[in-house]
Design a binder for this molecule. Sequence first.
Ligand SMILES: [Zn+2]
Length: 301
Amino acid sequence: MSISGVDCYRCGSEMKVGLANFEGEYAGRNFDVSAEGLLCPQCGYKTLHASQIDAFKTIVADAYRIAESLLTSTDIRKVRTQLRMSQDEFAECLNVGVASVKRWELGKAQDKSMDELIRLKCDLARAEQNVEDVLFSHGNSSEFSGNRPFSLHKLGHLILFFLQRAKAKHKVIGALHVNKLCWYADAWNFARSGVSITGTQYARLPLGPAIDEYRIIFKALQTQAFINAKKMDAFVPLREFDQAAFPSEEIGVMEQVWQSFGGRLGAIVDASHEEDAWKKTDHANLISYRLVNTRTKKSKA
Ligand SMILES: [Zn+2]
């Protein structure tokens, strides 16, 4: 910012913009901080221009935060952007108003308990992001991924396929059915061709096969604007299903799964419990695609 034509109050010389030490007050305490101000090269007089006051206040508030071992405004902005969240998303994550997030980043200090909440939530979010990075980077294909590296993009569109079909029938489906529909699609494609469709790993959960770490996966699909998964029992598509993401044989399998279960979604849970792949896998373990047999596919098709 260029500030010119301001004359020194004391000696009348033109003042220059520069760094100097100023004393500021925050929460009843005084802090000596280095900030940008107006300096007189002649007599050494220094002051703050109106346009420099907000930045100065932030620096003083940060000095207070450092003294109190609180996150500074820069720290808060940094953790937020590292988590790839907007101010709105960050506010929602902390369950506070977006105005609070804006105030903290502009200089007003958060209190001690809020500071602890921010640290806690950011640690959790960071841990979740680490899991996400591990999940999404497992490029290896194994018997648990159906001999194919995981593709979040294909899984997202596979789910959109089922949501679109359900919507056409005026049905609302969520995690329970989506998990099983996707498993059948991947499993039947494996039975047909020796590879899954999406490379997704599934775990044996009490209610049937489920996408491994499905909460994180659904959340990631929400972040990437595939589905709104806020209500786990009622997913909402956020974009159109892209048929071009799949070869026609895979679309054929997806159609087959929907034709088998779309009309009797209540039965898919029971059906999945009859599968060898589910029965022969221990609780919470990953389900091997090798346990999927072609007999299963034919009996259901
Ligand atoms: Zn002067």
